[in-house]
Design a protein around this ligand. Sequence first.
Ligand SMILES: [Zn+2]
Length: 359
Amino acid sequence: MPTPPAGPAPTARAADVTSRALVIGPAEYAPDSGVPRYDEIGVSAVQYGEVLAGNPMWGKDRCRVLMPEEVRTAESVMSALETEARRTGPGDILMVVYIGHGAYWGDVPGAEVHFSVGSSYKDKPWTWLSSWYLYRAMRLCRADLKVLIADCCYSNMLPHLGNGLDSLPGVLDDSGQGTCVLTALKDDNVRAWPLGCEALPGPLAECTPFSGHTLDVLRNGTTDHQPELTLGMLRDAVENEMRRCRFAHDRPRMLLNDAREGRALFTNRMDPARRAPRPDSPVGAEEWAAALLRGSDCDLEELLNDPRKTGDVVALLRTSHREGAAAVARRIDEQASLRFRSPRDFARYWNKAERALRP
Ligand SMILES: [Zn+2]
């Protein structure tokens, strides 16, 4: 009997996992609620469903867009989230997309960003869904990677969780829970512009600008040579597209907490003939740092062959203000500590890397 060839086990393909996407887009509110109704919210939710259904890494069986009656109360949204979270397991991705209104009250216990649901009233915080509950359900699920895409006002405040903590333990911290958050807003902006961007084609012009541009990138893919897109690649492409758009837009922001930013999340729909050729490996430390931040599939072994260059890259990442840079620096530093066992190699590495830690 022939022996099967030795080699690494095949990587899990999309078909082997039960990754789930849940889209929450409450567009209808009571007439006396004081919460404005925007058709863009509902159209965006439907379009996320369409675009994910057409993306081979997802497909329509893995994506659930909540119906208007399912987004009416915090209870119905959380119950749907718990159901979807329970369906995921190790190796899977849980992606939650929220499009709606965000609010932030500094004078409620554990001030957090709150998401609107259909029964929310403008000045009644208890009628909104605290982002803390959403995070908690995501944290408890067994999926390896949990992604929240938030398109609402105050989404830039999502990491500013209450109780004096910068991050919620086990959710947006460093404990390897594999959580990424992509938000419509960067830095000090608190208002997300809700009205559609006329530069976008077809129904995408009726989505909110952030969702419309994100969906446009997902629908068309990017010219990157890779067949699949990471969240970092999506963020960069959306940011570029929104910057180039003839209308002025807020810029998106991404927060992530560990080394899983390199995981593929969507199929790149761009025709392979129109994609850029696979680039050569980065050369200088700056190129390496930029490629690692993009989540490019660079050959780390090549970098780790050079202790000094590895040290330079870690120093650059540690002093970078780019989101996620600190997490990537930690990942390379861990690899370096394992690799550079000889005192000579370690000294070469550390001499460069520790520059970033000097006061
Ligand atoms: Zn635009």
